[in-house]
Design a protein around this ligand. Structure first.
Ligand SMILES: [Fe+2]
Length: 275
């Protein structure tokens, strides 16, 4: 197995690995802790293989909103057809931030990949935090922020392309709100990192909306520096797993007229602690 870092901030691609081999799991787990995003190239997995690999990490978190495989309700479908315009996950976000115990990681398996386009971009929340000034870090110390699924998956989104085409549903289940520290101590690495994101975070607790917006928008601008990012270019058979407590991600929707089909399994996390 070869592990090649993608950038100085985060991400690694793993070559010559086999996710069905339990003896390789410890090395893959260590790469995940070290790099936060791992792309394991050239796999050939059945849905049962995908599930077996996911269960080595912990319990499965079944997504409430995504369409799932008929045979495997734990496996969400991430799909864009040639005639569809909206992709799932175009806004920078962290999966399941609105849960009381946000998901540990998401494991995405590329089944049909366009020839060009459809990359996924990731941002390191630890690298972004490290680059803040000490004065700004002390301003964030002890703050908590609210996260919600309501404005993303609730009734107000029923006219979105993903909702109209049945890829996202269950708007009545979009009732989750959760309060998390703005700066968390990462459960695996112990590294401090930001835990707010442009899609699901609604307000810093105890601040007015304008005060909260000013701080959050400043952080969002700061996080979008390319120095904190890596970009995964997919090929059919690749598996990318990312740590939702250490990263943001964004789907690049630049492959109109082509089909992109992936299966996703989400692994349950635990409660988050302040740094
Ligand atoms: Fe996502």
């Amino acid at each position: 197995m070869k592990i090649r870092p993608l950038t100085g901030a985060l991400g690694a691609e793993i070559l010559d690995a086999d996710l069905t081999d339990p003896d390789q799991f410890d090395a893959i787990r260590q790469a995940f802790i070290d790099h936060s995003v791992i792309t394991i190239r050239a796999q050939s997995l059945t849905p049962d293989d995908h599930l077996r690999f996911a269960r080595r990490w912990g319990d499965i978190n079944v997504n409430r909103f995504f369409a799932a495989l008929d045979t495997h309700p734990e496996i969400a479908i991430v799909l864009k057809e040639p005639d569809q315009t909206g992709a799932i996950g175009e806004v920078w976000h962290t999966d399941h931030a609105y849960d009381q115990e946000p998901a540990m990681g998401s494991i995405l398996y590329g089944i049909e990949i366009p020839e060009v386009g459809g990359d996924t971009v990731f941002c390191s929340m630890a690298a972004a935090y490290d680059a803040l000034s000490d004065r700004f870090k002390s301003l964030l110390d002890g703050l908590h922020a609210w996260h919600s699924s309501r404005h993303v998956f609730g009734a107000s989104q029923s006219k979105s392309d993903a909702s109209r085409t049945g890829r996202v549903g269950n708007a009545d289940n979009a009732t989750q709100d959760a309060l998390h520290p703005v700066v968390i101590k990462h459960p695996l690495s112990g590294r401090p990192g930001l835990f707010v994101n442009p899609q699901f975070t609604t307000q810093i607790d105890g601040l007015t909306q304008p005060e909260s917006d000013a701080i959050l928008n400043m952080l969002y601008d700061h996080c979008q520096k390319p120095e904190f990012q890596c970009r995964v270019r997919w090929k059919t058979g690749d598996v990318t797993m990312w740590d939702n407590r250490a990263t943001w991600h964004k789907a690049i929707n630049d492959y109109h007229g082509h089909r992109r089909y992936m299966n996703r399994i989400t692994v349950q996390g635990g409660p988050l602690e302040s740094a």
